[in-house]
Design a protein around this ligand. Structure first.
Ligand code: NI
Length: 145
């Protein structure tokens, strides 16, 4: 648990009002928690951009499994990259569509390449790489009550 530091922030009134409306919609209890989340998200983005060390993430896909070649190719790629894919979740959405979530761990550049290859396959209707981080470098404190 790290120490908390208070600091003042000057914002245009309209920007702050927009921010408060967003926080209310997202269910944040206060601005501090929202700001912490925003800062952590940005720092995690940088961690990924810099490509240092091991990062974590998920690759979420919706695809048409009736294209048999896609299903086989996805399996082949998953085996080729077993070192990057920790686990996966598969949900049969309806007769044609599957949702697949791959949990990945490795160097940022390798994960980006893998995500690009998979998401770019014909028959993938939706694909998104989401970054995650252990947060070790991002501060682990929660506001003291
Ligand atoms: Ni399926």
């Amino acid at each position: 648990m790290s120490d908390l530091t208070r600091f003042g922030v000057s914002l245009p009134t309209e920007l702050l009002e927009d921010f408060d409306r967003l926080l209310a919609r997202l269910g944040y209890a206060n601005r501090s928690e929202a700001l912490r989340d925003l800062i952590r998200e940005r720092l995690a983005d940088e961690e990924w951009r810099e490509g240092k060390g091991v990062v974590f993430g998920t690759i979420t896909l919706v695809y048409d499994h009736s294209l048999g070649s896609l299903t086989n190719r996805l399996l082949d790629i998953s085996h080729e990259h077993h070192d990057l894919i920790i686990t996966n979740l598969h949900v049969h959405l309806d007769y044609e569509h599957c949702l697949e979530v791959l949990v990945v761990k490795g160097k940022a550049a390798e994960i980006r390449n893998l995500a690009g290859t998979i998401i770019g396959m014909r028959g993938v209707l939706h694909g998104k790489l989401t970054l995650a981080t252990t947060g070790k470098r991002l501060g682990d404190t929660v506001e003291k009550k």
